[in-house]
Design a protein around this ligand. Structure first.
Ligand SMILES: Nc1nc2c(ncn2[C@@H]2O[C@H](COP(=O)(O)OP(=O)(O)OP(=O)(O)O)[C@@H](O)[C@H]2O)c(=O)[nH]1
Ligand SMILES: [Mg+2]
Length: 326
C-alpha cells in the first residue's frame, strides 16, 4: 500500500471486507472515506471509494424504488418532531435509546445508523417524537436526510463532549446552512413565517458524563443569543429532563385538560396544542364537529376565576382545565 493510512482506516477497511450486506458495505465505505488521510498520495484511493459508494447507492435506490414508503420520510406524530443530527459517533442513537422504547443499534464505531428512526419520548403527558438519523460528514450527506431534517419541527445538533465539540458543532451547522437550514433557539411560533430557512434548534452536548459541567461554558458564550447549549448524558440520564423542558418551550407546546361536567378532569391525559390555540382548536381535537356544535366552555386556570364561562375564541394557556358545553 503506497499511502500511509491510519489504524481507523484499516479497521474500516476490514469491516468493508467482512460486510455481509450492502448497507454494511456502504457504512464501512463511508467510514473509510472519512478516515482516509486527505493528500495527493491517496487521491486515487478516495476516488475509488467514492465510485464504489455511488454504485452501491444506485443499486440500493433501484432495488428500493416502488417498494413501500421512503425510509427517509418519517410521518409526524406527537406534539412535535425533533431530529437528532450530528457527525458519526456523536451519541445520537444512545439518546434515542435512553429516552424512548425504540430499539436502536449503538456501537463504538462510526456510521452505525443507516436510516432515520423515530421513537416517542413522553414526559408529563407530553409526547415528543425524536428521530435518530444517520450521521452526516463533510464528505457525505445521505440522500434523503436533508428532507428528513427539513420536515422536522426542531433540530438538535448533537456533538460529543470532550475535545473537538466546537468543531463538530460548526461542521454540522455549516452543512445544514449550506442546505438552507439556519437554526436558532426561538420558539417555533415566533419565527418569521416569511423565512422558511429559519428553524428552531439547539446544540446538544452528548456524553456529558465525560467532562466537567464548566467545560461547555465557552460553547455557551459563543452561541449566546442564538443557540442554547444543553449538556446531557445518555449513560447517567443527567440533563435529559432539562432538555425535554426546553424542547417543549421551543416547540411552543401547551397542555390542556378536558373535563366533563360534574366530573374531575383527566389529569393523566392532556391534549397538547400549539401556544396561541383557542377553545375552538381544543374542541376540534376532541371531535371534528364540536367547534360548530359547542355553545360555550367553562375554564379553570391561570388568571380566571374557577369555572369562568368563556367563548370559543378564548386563548388557552398551559395547564388550563376546560369543560365544553354543547
Ligand atoms: N460516556 C458516554 N458514552 C456514550 C454516551 N452516549 C453514547 N456513548 C458512546 O458513544 C459511542 C457512539 O454512540 P452512538 O449512540 O452509537 O452514536 P451515534 O451518534 O448514533 O453514531 P452513528 O450512528 O455512527 O452516527 C458508543 O460507544 C456509545 O457507548 C454517553 O452518554 N456517555
Ligand atoms: Mg447512530
Amino acid at each position: 500500500m503506497p499511502a500511509n493510512v491510519t489504524p481507523e482506516y484499516e479497521k474500516a477497511e476490514a469491516r468493508y471486507r467482512q460486510a455481509a450486506t450492502d448497507p454494511d458495505r456502504m457504512a464501512a465505505l463511508q467510514e473509510m472515506l472519512s478516515t482516509i488521510p486527505k493528500h495527493k498520495g491517496t487521491e486515487k484511493m478516495q476516488a475509488g471509494i467514492k465510485r464504489r459508494l455511488s454504485q452501491l447507492r444506485k443499486e440500493q435506490q433501484k432495488a428500493g424504488r416502488g417498494k413501500g414508503p421512503d425510509p427517509f420520510h418519517i410521518p409526524k406524530s406527537g406534539a412535535g418532531q425533533v431530529a437528532l443530527v450530528g457527525l458519526p459517533n456523536a451519541g445520537k442513537s444512545s439518546l434515542l435509546r435512553a429516552t424512548t422504547n425504540a430499539e436502536v443499534k449503538v456501537a463504538d464505531y462510526p456510521f452505525t445508523t443507516l436510516l432515520p428512526q423515530p421513537g416517542m419520548w413522553e414526559q408529563d403527558g407530553i409526547q415528543l417524537e425524536l428521530i435518530d438519523t444517520p450521521p452526516l460528514t463533510a464528505e457525505h450527506v445521505p440522500t434523503g436526510l436533508t428532507g428528513t431534517i427539513r420536515n422536522a419541527d426542531l433540530v438538535c445538533v448533537v456533538a460529543a463532549a470532550g475535545e473537538g465539540t466546537l468543531e463538530q458543532v460548526e461542521a454540522v451547522l455549516g452543512l445544514l446552512s449550506a442546505r438552507g437550514l439556519n437554526l436558532s433557539s426561538t420558539p417555533r411560533n415566533q419565527l418569521p413565517a416569511a423565512d422558511p430557512s429559519r428553524r428552531p434548534g439547539l446544540i446538544l452536548v452528548a456524553k456529558g458524563d465525560l467532562v466537567e459541567p464548566e467545560a461547555i461554558r465557552p460553547l455557551k458564550e459563543l452561541y449566546a443569543g442564538t443557540l442554547d447549549v444543553v449538556a446531557v448524558s445518555a449513560h447517567t440520564g443527567a440533563g435529559l429532563e432539562a432538555w425535554f423542558k426546553r424542547l417543549v418551550e421551543l416547540l411552543a407546546v401547551i397542555r390542556v385538560y378536558a373535563k366533563q361536567p360534574g366530573r374531575p378532569p383527566d389529569l393523566g391525559r392532556p391534549f397538547t396544542l400549539l401556544a396561541g390555540a383557542t377553545i375552538a382548536d381544543l374542541a376540534r381535537q376532541i371531535h371534528r364537529d364540536l367547534p360548530e356544535t359547542m355553545k360555550f366552555a367553562r375554564l379553570w386556570g391561570h388568571g380566571r376565576f374557577e369555572g369562568q364561562q368563556v367563548h370559543r375564541t378564548e386563548v388557552l394557556q398551559d395547564k388550563d382545565v376546560v369543560e365544553i358545553h354543547e
